[in-house]
Design a protein around this ligand. Structure first.
Ligand code: PLP
Length: 347
């Protein structure tokens, strides 16, 4: 087989910024230590790259959603530092958890029974304190299958931590009270946004995800969090349009004057979704290159009017500052990260 040339799409993770973000969140967590949510392939950035960087920075608690995410992570961190948020959904998953030594997060009486039947051992317990998504209802805390669990971290999850609403304090109070009803070694409530709610929300362990990767869910974090992700793509073709010519599917863009347009190898199949059509911006150095017309599956057109030096084969960067990108595209900061596709070279 001949050597494959590198892709025309690059996703660069600023590992120093990622490590700094974790250290900042660890510091902002006060007495508590910060873990890291690395589910969904490290929020789309590449879980091995992310987890090895965070482990080096000092992180010891890694959270994924599915058991299928465990093997990649096992290549870079010890099994007992891996926690699986979905818990065991059947006997096969419980048996796998025991065999591999990763910790399930038990979310229900049924999951507690599956864990005991598979052999049991150290686990975490997720309480539902009002989100009504996944987690043990407080009323079920006295169930014998729960009482027998060897709970390392007792957890809950905030529903509205990015907003200033009374629900946050209500969840905090319910969680705090539940802590007296079941034995556990450590308690954990806050995601990225929760860390910014203050010391009453920190307990022993925090679980940031989004802000590790440059997301800013609350203004208090803005001064502490740096951008981590850069997306670049190659210009495949350049053409000169005359006034009145159109660009792309459904001819949604009409040139108001003679223009120079570049077609870039980045499209919605890569996670550069159609919500960027006519709104996105790319850049070459400090020069901004507006997206024109619809984003296609594998390509996007940009106005090269301000960058006459650019030629076919040159690379440009998609402007992807998460809070601003979220405002422009209408996608959440979480979606902006996790949609990024598999055709990028990640480094
Ligand atoms: C994803 C997740 C986190 C991380 O949340 P962010 O908002 O990304 O910081 C923390 N806890 C649980 C239970 C999660 O599912």
């Amino acid at each position: 087989m001949p050597d494959l040339p590198p892709p025309n799409l690059k996703l660069t993770v600023d590992r120093a910024a990622l490590a700094d973000n974790w250290r900042a969140l660890d510091r902002l967590s006060g007495e508590a230590r910060a873990g890291a949510a690395v589910k969904a392939d490290g929020y789309g950035l590449g879980v091995k790259l992310v987890a090895s960087t965070l482990a080096e920075a000092g992180c010891r608690d890694f959270f994924v959603a599915h058991w299928s995410e465990v093997p990649d992570l096992l290549d870079v961190v010890p099994a007992e530092q891996i926690s699986v948020l979905h818990g065991p959904i059947d006997a096969g998953e419980a048996a796998y958890g025991i065999a591999v030594g990763a910790r399930p997060i038990i979310n229900s009486v049924r999951q507690a029974r599956l864990w005991h039947e598979a052999g049991g051992g150290p686990c975490h317990l997720m309480l539902d304190t009002g989100m009504n998504r996944l987690g043990l209802p407080i009323a079920a805390i006295g169930d014998p299958a729960i009482a027998q669990l060897e709970v390392e971290v007792l957890m809950s999850h905030l529903q509205c931590a990015d907003e200033d609403v009374v629900a946050n304090d209500r969840q905090r109070a319910v969680f705090d009270e539940a802590r007296g009803q079941i034995a556990h070694r450590a308690a954990s409530l806050s995601n990225s946004a929760g860390i910014a709610l203050g010391s009453g929300y920190h307990f022993d362990l925090t679980r940031p995800g989004l802000s590790l990767y440059g997301g800013i869910p609350r203004a208090e974090l803005a001064d502490h969090i740096r951008q981590v992700v850069t997306i670049e793509a190659a210009i495949m073709q350049i053409r000169n349009l005359e006034e009145g010519e159109t660009v792309g599917y459904n001819a949604t863009f009409t040139a108001p004057r003679a223009m120079r347009i570049g077609t870039v190898a980045l499209g919605y199949a890569d996670g550069y979704l159609r919500s960027w059509s006519g709104k996105g911006r790319m850049r070459s150095g400090e020069t901004i290159l507006p997206v024109v017309g619809r984003v296609s599956m594998d390509m996007t057109a940009v106005d090269l009017g301000d960058a006459p030096q650019l030629k076919e084969g040159d690379w440009i960067e998609a402007v992807y500052d998460l809070p601003e990108a979220s405002r422009i595209s209408g996608l959440s900061q979480y979606e902006l990260l996790t949609v990024l596709g598999s055709r990028f070279e990640r480094a």
